[in-house]
Design a protein around this ligand. Structure first.
Ligand code: FAD
Length: 438
């Protein structure tokens, strides 16, 4: 069996690598950071969405990861399940361990601390990826390559067409620095809830209007200030910019941490229960929601999401709403015309889900390249639904399995028998219903 290599190891890349390896491929995985997991582990983004608000419709490697995390208490189910979209909350440190174990047991050769560099193309196909190791330049060769970089780096460098940002001004969704605090006196906070939290929100808004307090996510902040404890990971600190600009990202990361200091200075002084609160941890990286979207054979759009559209090349289901965080960094959710037409709502109808098609990952120009995760093919609107981890993992598992079957069959991924692929995915525990005939 030839070597193939999923590139990069966020949740989507892990799903692709594990499924390809389990189906008999030799898999090499390159990850620029010291551990795998991407946003889920290194940016501390720790919520999963698996339910259509009536039943669970995402299984496969997502369910397997949850099962492996459960005995250690690294994951817990939302008490409102299945009526809430947010079905699970996990401890990023635990999920990091779970995923490294899964990769190892599947036989994936994982290289952390090693960024993938330039691609080598020959006759329109990818042949290798270059990387600079501690000991010099190396090339990783393969038969199929999967770009799971979140930014679509490999595909873009290989000349694949891509879109970036919203149509009006090319801005991508806002980013967030996730953080955790310790030393909160929960009893004191609860004793003054909700009045103290509401008063603090007013104070923060007023100070922000005067330019004396940084932006914050108005929809989330009150909830966190009143209900957080030492285990909570706070999703309320926005920054905006270009995730492809390293210098800007450095500046934004510093700015975000300064904003956290400003939050804490005010809360310690004025919010009951916070006098002793300190920074426990921050995301190793800024949480990036959106970057390049590599154009695939099929592009997921808002009508497909909101209309719960089904596809012959489905590899699983998606449930999350259209959820666009202000590209200008206010921390607010923004709505598009599409959603205004629907009463400003971006929800998939309750009890329904849309299909995630394999075509989102397949490249029209480079037949041995697949792109999975948040850089797969979608519009800016549809991306804001598809980008969630469970959905990225569904496509990762689908594409990793397709890559393995294509190697076995001696064909390209777009030539595969879809019913055969779907049979294998179901046997591997993927939930896949209502697939229309081609
Ligand atoms: C603040 C925030 C809140 C969110 N909330 C939720 C939520 O509640 N629930 C949810 O499910 N999702 C949420 N999301 C979205 C979700 O976390 C991400 O979209 C998802 O994790 C993307 O996964 P991925 O595998 O596609 O990419 P990533 O997680 O970005 O992984 C990409 C990986 O590729 C690596 N990489 C990049 N370039 C290279 C290179 N050249 N060489 C080697 N490695 C490379 C990176 O280091 C990284 O490990 C949120 C995102 C943010 C930022």
């Amino acid at each position: 069996m030839e070597i193939r290599l999923p590139e990069r190891a966020g949740c989507a890349g892990i799903a692709a690598a594990v499924s390809a390896a389990r189906h008999g491929c030799r898999v090499v995985l390159l990850e620029r950071w010291p551990t795998v997991g991407g946003m889920a582990t290194n940016a501390l983004v720790n919520g999963w969405h698996r339910s259509d608000r009536e039943k669970m419709v995402i299984y496969g490697l997502v369910e397997e990861s949850a099962r492996l995390a459960e005995p250690q208490g690294w994951i817990r189910r939302d008490p409102q399940y299945p009526h809430a979209h947010e079905t699970h909350w996990f401890e990023p440190e635990g999920m990091r361990i779970v995923w490294h174990r899964m990769l190892e047991q599947a036989g994936v050769r994982t290289f952390c601390n090693l960024a993938a560099g330039d691609p080598v193309l020959e006759a329109g196909r990818l042949r290798a990826v270059l990387c600079d190791t501690k000991c010099g330049r190396a090339a990783v060769t393969g038969a199929i390559f999967i770009d799971a970089t979140g930014d679509g780096d490999l595909a873009a460098k290989a000349g694949a067409e891509f879109h970036f940002g919203r149509p009006a001004d090319g801005r991508v969704q806002g980013m967030t620095l996730m953080f955790g605090l310790h030393g909160i006196d929960a009893a004191a906070v609860r004793a003054h809830a909700p009045q103290a939290g509401e008063a603090m929100m007013q104070r923060m808004r007023e100070l922000n209007r005067q330019g004396a307090f940084p932006p914050f996510n108005d929809g989330n902040a009150a909830h966190y200030m009143q209900w957080a404890d030492d285990r909570t990971l706070w999703n309320m600190l926005p920054v905006a910019g270009n995730p492809l600009d390293e210098e800007e990202m450095t500046r934004l990361t510093v700015l975000a941490r300064e904003r956290l200091v400003a939050y804490l200075e005010l809360w310690r002084r004025e919010l009951p229960g916070y006098a002793q609160a300190r920074i426990d941890r921050t995301g190793f990286a800024l949480g990036v929601r959106e970057s390049r979207r590599i154009r695939g054979r099929k592009t997921l759009d808002a009508d497909m999401v909101l209309g719960a559209r089904k596809h012959p090349d489905a590899v699983g289901h998606g449930v999350w709403m259209i959820d666009i965080h202000d590209p200008c960094g206010s921390g607010h959710t923004t709505y598009t015309d599409h959603m205004q037409d629907r009463g400003g709502r971006g929800w998939v109808p309750q009890g329904q889900s849309y299909h995630i098609p394999l075509g989102m990952a397949l490249n029209p120009r480079i037949p041995n390249l697949a792109v999975v995760g948040r850089c797969a093919s979608s519009t800016h609107e549809a991306h804001s639904s598809f980008r969630v981890q469970t959905h990225c993992m569904v496509l990762g598992q689908g594409a990793g399995t397709a890559a393995a079957l294509a190697l076995h069959e001696g064909c390209t991924m777009d030539q595969l028998s879809l019913p055969a692929l779907q049979t294998v995915l179901r046997a591997d525990g993927v939930y896949l219903e209502d697939v229309p005939a081609e």
